[in-house]
Design a binder for this molecule. Structure first.
Ligand SMILES: *[C@@H]1O[C@H](CO)[C@@H](O)[C@H](O)[C@H]1NC(C)=O
Ligand SMILES: *[C@@H]1O[C@H](CO)[C@@H](O)[C@H](O)[C@H]1NC(C)=O
Ligand SMILES: *[C@@H]1O[C@H](CO)[C@@H](O)[C@H](O)[C@H]1NC(C)=O
Length: 463
């Protein structure tokens, strides 16, 4: 998720300046048989594009039916990946020009006391990059910084927000048509990155078009990277680092590397890099170029050596998909889910449990803006298989419904398609079954499972 030029990162943790509260301006339902679930996965993969996820469609959005006909929606938890962005893994002396960021949404000033009043000037954040800067070559040419949400990415999240409006405002009348600043029913959270915050802002302006250009502040809750739970955080959970090292040393991963060493060497030569241990850096960089019609890289240090071929790019994409599935599903799934995303899974579980228990909350819609590694880890924790590297603007909806007999059930959508969790009897999963399953992928004692010593924890505020 962050720029890293030499060492590889896996599901890296945010390394961004801390802030505590950002203010943003501004089919048929029912009992899908396993065959139907497999057909849905086939359909999703047939339509797969890394460049943009499929979005939920109000026209085909299924309502609960059969014995669940007439059920009422009680709560939604929405998780998204940010939209199209520039690479976070950049090659030295990149010859491409990244003019992808013509539009800059507001990145609000922060108010650390949690007050929602606007006491400060609103500011816009503009990357200042130009040829007169003697250090400019260390980045690249163009109007974006590394890892920045592009104009296309902003549009993607706005479109997704507007599709969700079609469902939760227009069709179900579950959300009010406008954001209500004094009595909001929507809670928003983001990782502490500009691109995820801008993505949240963009989605919200599609969900509530009246927000656009208005000075309604939507509190966007963020956690300092040192305590982030929306992606794996080996710095906070030392045993995760240990298990990740075991994973890299495992026969499956080592075989993956040795079988593809020639490709890794060709890529490193063309990129003028020494990225070892996996393909994720190349995957990131090559996908950005492919999605934005930028040329594939050629070595500047070794002129005359072959540039990256389209075939090698495609092979890299397939190997990236393999790495994602291995990391989140095929290697030690329960342990990786517990240590990697267990704390966030606990948030999802507790939020749902609270509504089942009848606890009154002002919120009925919880929105979490994260990363590919957030989406992949949550799918892995749900033990959902058959997916590829989560595309830009990927989206997961976790819906809690109550049927006419008072029974609660849970539905999970991934990129618009209803999913059946292996632990559930159907796509409409009894809430108690869903919670019982989630308990198996959440540590009951984080200090013990993560192997941190609570007495030696330092208290800091990031950096
Ligand atoms: C799975 O993780 C546990 C750590 O909790 C470790 O002891 C075990 O060796 C791992 N399994 C494999 C196959 O590496
Ligand atoms: C419900 O609210 C009470 C009081 O705030 C709290 O103690 C309890 O843990 C909550 N239950 C759930 C399931 O969140
Ligand atoms: C996870 O899913 C696989 C099938 O994809 C299944 O064999 C396994 O039992 C599931 N694990 C749990 C804990 O549900």
């Amino acid at each position: 998720m962050t720029a890293a030029r030499t060492s590889r990162r896996r599901s890296a943790v945010p390394l961004v300046t801390a802030s505590t509260l950002g203010l943003l301006l501004l089919a048929a339902a029912g009992f899908a048989a396993p065959a139907a679930a497999a057909a849905a996965a086939d359909k999703a993969n047939a339509a797969y594009s890394y460049c943009q996820a499929n979005f939920p469609d109000p026209a085909s959005y299924p309502l609960p039916s059969g014995s669940h006909a007439g059920a009422k929606l009680k709560q939604v938890q929405l998780i998204t990946r940010h939209g199209d962005r520039t690479p976070v893994n950049i090659m030295p002396d990149d010859a491409a020009t990244y003019n992808l960021c013509s539009e800059f949404a507001v990145s609000g000033m922060t108010s650390n006391d949690g007050s929602a009043t606007l006491t400060q000037a609103n500011v816009l954040k503009f990357p200042l990059l130009d040829k007169a800067n003697p250090y400019q070559d260390a980045i690249w040419q163009g109007n974006c910084i590394d890892g920045q949400l592009t104009s296309k990415g902003i549009t993607q999240l706005r479109t997704l927000g507007s599709q969700l409006r079609g469902i939760y405002v227009d069709k179900l009348k579950f959300l009010e048509g406008d954001y209500m600043p004094a009595t909001p029913t929507l809670y928003a959270r983001s990782t502490d990155y500009w691109r995820t915050q801008q993505s949240a802002e963009s989605l919200l302006s599609g969900l509530f078009p009246t927000l656009k250009g208005e000075l309604y502040p939507v509190p966007l809750h963020t956690v300092p990277s040192s305590a982030e739970t929306m992606a794996s955080n080996p710095g906070a959970c030392p045993n995760l680092a240990t298990v990740q090292a075991l994973m890299s040393a495992s026969a499956g991963w080592q075989n993956h590397l040795s079988s593809n060493q020639a490709l890794l060497d060709r890529l490193n030569t063309a990129f003028d890099t020494d990225w070892q241990g996996g393909f994720d850096h190349f995957f990131d960089n090559l996908q950005v170029r492919t999605c934005n019609n930028l040329p594939l890289p050629c070595s500047r240090q070794n002129p005359g050596t072959p540039c990256v071929s389209a075939q090698d790019a495609q092979s890299t994409f397939a190997l990236g998909d393999w790495e994602y599935a291995y990391t989140f599903l095929n290697y030690n799934q329960t342990v990786m889910a517990k240590l990697g995303i267990g704390a966030f899974s606990a948030t999802l579980r507790d939020t749902l449990q609270s509504a089942v228990s009848g606890n009154k909350s002002q919120y009925n819609f919880y929105y979490y803006s994260g990363h590919d590694s957030t989406i992949g880890a949550v799918l892995g924790a749900f033990n959902i298989s058959g997916w590829r590297w989560p595309p830009y603007a990927s989206n997961i909806q976790i819906e809690l419904w109550q049927d006419v007999n008072g029974e609660f059930f849970v539905r999970v959508f991934y990129n618009g398609d209803l999913q059946q969790l292996p632990a559930c009897p159907s796509t409409e999963c009894p809430a108690s079954t869903w919670i019982a399953y989630m308990n198996t992928v959440i540590p009951s004692n984080f200090a013990a499972d993560c192997m941190f010593d609570t007495r030696s924890r330092r208290f800091g505020h990031g950096h």
